[in-house]
Design a protein around this ligand. Structure first.
Ligand SMILES: [Cu+2]
Length: 227
């Protein structure tokens, strides 16, 4: 029974394609950094707690020789109390600094007049496709072609319900809302083909609301615009 459970768990995990941990843009690298950084801080806490737990369970275990021992009656311990307040506060500060810096830097903006300069593309989500409109008016459905190494400025909006723009290897997730336009930047994507998807349940066809992202050379992008 246990074997079947472990085997099915393994099967489920093989279907788990965590491409956020293989970032292919500066934006996604920053996000992946936050994930691994908080993971290792968490591991420090988990390992410390488990080692101390095991040590004390062993040290104060029940033995025949200590059958009638009663622990000393103590009231508080200033040193310990200060330690277990200071350490978590320090850890939270260490976590908060890069998290706030990166999150605020990457936050989508409400206005189109962003001071970022880059390749601007209008992205419109609707049940159940994505439309990408380039600066010269070229439009393509469910396929986003962008130049490598540039700053890609996406102007996101929705024609119907709330969707969410997500390309795990490049960046996201960003809510795509009707009646509002959000500006989101993907910094310096690397050449390749990636899978994008809607990350917000938006109706019966939600699972099919996927798109392809092709990051090509700058020359290839210029050619693509005039195809
Ligand atoms: Cu959607």
């Amino acid at each position: 029974m246990k074997k079947i459970f472990l085997l099915s768990l393994l099967l489920l995990l093989t279907g788990c394609n965590i491409t956020v941990l293989e970032p292919k843009s500066e934006t996604a690298s920053e996000q992946a950094f936050l994930i691994t950084f908080s993971f290792w801080i968490m591991m420090i806490v988990v390992v410390t707690v488990f080692i101390l737990f095991a040590r004390f369970v062993w040290k104060y275990r029940y033995t025949d020789s200590r059958k009638h021992d009663l622990p000393k009656d103590v009231k508080g311990n200033i040193k310990l109390e200060i330690t277990w307040i200071i350490i978590p506060v320090l850890l939270l500060i260490i976590l908060a600094v890069p998290t706030l810096a990166i999150t605020y830097d990457q936050s989508p903006e409400w206005t189109k007049e962003s001071d970022d300069t880059g390749v601007a593309i209008d992205v419109t989500g609707k049940q159940f496709n994505w439309m990408f409109r380039h600066r010269n008016g070229k439009e393509e459905m469910d396929k986003l072609v962008i130049p490598e190494g540039e700053s890609i400025i996406l102007n996101l909006s929705s024609e119907d319900v709330i969707h969410s723009f997500w390309v795990p290897e490049l960046g996201g997730k960003v809510d795509v809302m009707p009646g509002k336009e959000l500006t989101y930047e993907i910094k310096h994507p690397q050449r390749g083909t990636y899978q994008g998807k809607c990350a917000e349940y938006c109706g019966l066809g939600h699972a099919d609301m996927t798109f392809k992202v092709e990051v090509v050379s700058k020359q290839a992008y210029a050619q693509y615009l005039h195809q």
